[in-house]
Design a protein around this ligand. Structure first.
Ligand code: ADP
Ligand code: MG
Length: 224
């Protein structure tokens, strides 16, 4: 009987997941459709390319998110700045540029090599960035996103900060629960996924946030 209840709960979370997934994909799809329709009316595509492209990119990230939930990790030894930041920082940079966010980046070389799954860590950073991007108020000036990397003898620490609106205590209390979201079209999967990935790396994931000041995420990855 307990097994049955467990199974029922699993099915419920699967259907919740599927609903969130469908919802997330439907938004960019309808934007793409709308813009293509508009372009046929006005006979000019130029104006709409950028939006269509970014919506397609968004669909890709949504798919990546969901796939990485089920993917097994493949860890390789490497040094953090070299491996990850070569492939991740350009992405983060262009995203910030597009959205008028000042990017500050200060990454120390790691003292030792580290076992990590590059694409997973990439997902983590992109998810954190996406949350910051989504949290910023349109009209806020001096939007800033900071990525710092510091090494110690036994771990590499990433500190990611935004100066966005921050979170209320009631939100902080529920953070990391699967499917918890404050967004109309959120999935509430981003942070639970980040936590899971960092846990798979035997690391720690801490969120600090102050309302009206911003949010700071500290990820500690041990050299093991
Ligand atoms: P989703 O982004 O789909 O809502 P997440 O798990 O990524 O799911 O985030 C959960 C919630 O945490 C968000 O809905 C938002 O309320 C809050 N949040 C996460 N990051 C930030 C941030 N940088 N600033 C403000 N709120 C945030
Ligand atoms: Mg998110």
């Amino acid at each position: 009987f307990e097994k049955l209840i467990q199974y029922k709960q699993q099915m419920e979370s699967v259907s919740q997941l599927a609903a969130g997934f469908a919802h997330e994909l439907r938004n960019p799809l309808s934007v793409i459709r709308g813009f293509i329709q508009l372009s046929t009316l006005t006979n000019s595509m130029d104006k709409y390319y950028r939006t269509i492209l970014s919506e397609i990119d968004r669909m890709n990230t949504i798919l990546d998110d969901f796939l990485s939930l089920s993917r097994k990790s493949t860890k390789k030894k490497g040094s953090i700045p070299q491996t990850i930041f070569k492939s991740i920082m350009p992405l983060i940079h262009s995203e910030c540029l597009l959205r008028n966010i000042l990017l500050k980046c200060d990454i120390e070389p790691s003292a030792r090599e580290i076992n990590l799954d590059e694409s997973m860590i990439k997902q983590v950073l992109l998810n954190i960035l996406r949350n910051s991007v989504e949290a910023f108020e349109e009209e806020q000036e001096n939007k800033t996103f900071i990525v710092q990397g510091k090494t110690s003898e036994n771990a590499y620490t990433l500190i990611i900060t935004d100066n966005g609106p921050g979170m209320e205590q009631t939100v902080l209390d529920q953070l990391g629960k699967p499917f918890f979201t404050t967004k109309a079209n959120g999935t509430g999967i981003g942070l639970p996924m980040c936590k899971k990935i960092i846990k798979d790396h035997h690391g720690t994931f801490i969120i600090n946030s102050n309302l009206g000041e911003g949010t700071e995420i500290i990820i500690k990855l041990p050299f093991i």
